[in-house]
Write a protein that binds this ligand. Sequence first.
Ligand code: HEC
Ligand code: HEC
Length: 458
Amino acid sequence: MNKRRLVAALTLTALACLIVIFTNKAESQQDPAERRSPIDGKTRRERFSHTGKIENEDTARTDLSLSSAPDSATEAPVGFDNLTNGFNEQGPNFETINEDNVVALRSFNDNRFIFEEVESVADGVGPTFNAQSCRECHQNVVTGGASQVAEHRTGRTDHGDFFESLGGSLVQSRATHPDIVERVAFEDDIRTFRMSTSTLGSGFIEAISNETLLAIRDAQPREVRGTELIVPVLEGNGSARLGRFGWKNQHASLQSFSADAYFNEMGITSPLFPEENTSSGRDMSEYDSVPDPEDDGVDIVAFANFMRSTKAPSRGPITADVRAGDKLFSQIGCAQCHTPTIITARPGSIINGGSFTVPNALGNKIIHPYSDFLLHDIGTGDGIPFLPTVEFAFTTNKMRTASLWALRTRNRLMHDGLSFTLPEAIKRHAGQAANVTKKYNALSAAEKSQLITFLNSL
Ligand code: HEC
Ligand code: HEC
């Protein structure tokens, strides 16, 4: 680690030590953060704090410059084809798998079945939830992709401080009983949609080392430079890692995100999220007869392994206009944030706080996500910080650079899905992207059209 990075890391460590509580759905009136779980005796505050220490994960790599891929690095497999990237074997014919013969963790097809499986109230769905299967929101054009489903988050500010809506900023849209459907309080006037993102190829993103993300940041011109977010790896004993998943970079590992999604999207508790949500702050235990944790943790790993086995999105046809647009994309500065090429950590690198070793299928792979996986303020910030505590106020108006791979499968753009066309999405880029947007505006009509043609090939 060079000196500048070390200093940066130490500063971040100090900052991160302040972290006290990690939750999407927390505060009911009696500060549940301090209540000891009957399941593992931990308080929420303890469970979601982290060490603040960012490890170098790919210790064998000395040259982090992105332009010089080590000779041994190879392109990650791509395709929207429901075929494994090699992390797990393909497994039995998908059409023959059913609820009775599925074997969790056996293969890509088994784990895909579990990712697609529609859960019921008896399995633990609810009492409040958004959908009954991961696939409901992650499907386009194959299982694991994005979708038009948006969730909503709300809160309010008081004297400059952000407060989540009672029961957490994520407002579940469905419930198992009419009396417990969450409602947004009139006073909670910070409101946003967040679109479902694609999880295809996300095993490669998980396999990017902390130091590679910091190197990308350090190479960015000051004006557009991104900000990293340190988050705990829940299955890694709360070890700190750079977040890279979700619109706020709220998770660093796919297992942590899966546990969060099972809990917050479907209402299914697991060892990493063992206690039920509230309905706008109200206890719902009388509406839930399934003992917690409702999943023993196996489904969570099945989801994570399914996503780790998905191929990266493939490109559309590469025409002369696409090539010209690609050049313009770099020339005018879009590529400064939408990083076209990243190399994942070497096989054998230990990540996720020691809980995951990068395998051959995911390591030393060249990927083209068109994101730096850092937060930026481009004037679109949704007003909702990562966590409602002062040390994360800096995330309030920042969003993760949207990855542009699989862009041609999405027709509702930006975090809120409220940009309908690519030029509209680009024109919303202000703040840190203002100068780049100016350069876009100055392009000739023909050049703009080439740039859009390029984007439509992603
Ligand atoms: C109701 C819709 C919905 C359901 C159901 C759902 N998700 Fe998501 N998912 C989302 C949304 C919305 C986001 C972006 C959330 C954000 O960043 O605030 C997301 C983001 C993700 C991401 C981060 C991808 C990235 O890089 O941004 C992962 C991983 C993920 N979901 C996994 C899952 C898993 C596993 C399940 C099933 C347990 C699941 N999701 C169920 C809506 C859903
Ligand atoms: C300073 C960093 C930065 C620069 C420069 C930048 N972007 Fe972005 N881009 C972002 C962020 C952050 C988002 C997500 C914003 C949001 O959702 O609120 C985004 C979102 C997008 C999206 C929406 C993708 C989706 O799936 O919804 C497109 C398209 C896009 N950018 C294209 C471009 C193009 C083209 C350029 C150059 C003209 C550019 N960006 C320059 C940071 C940047």
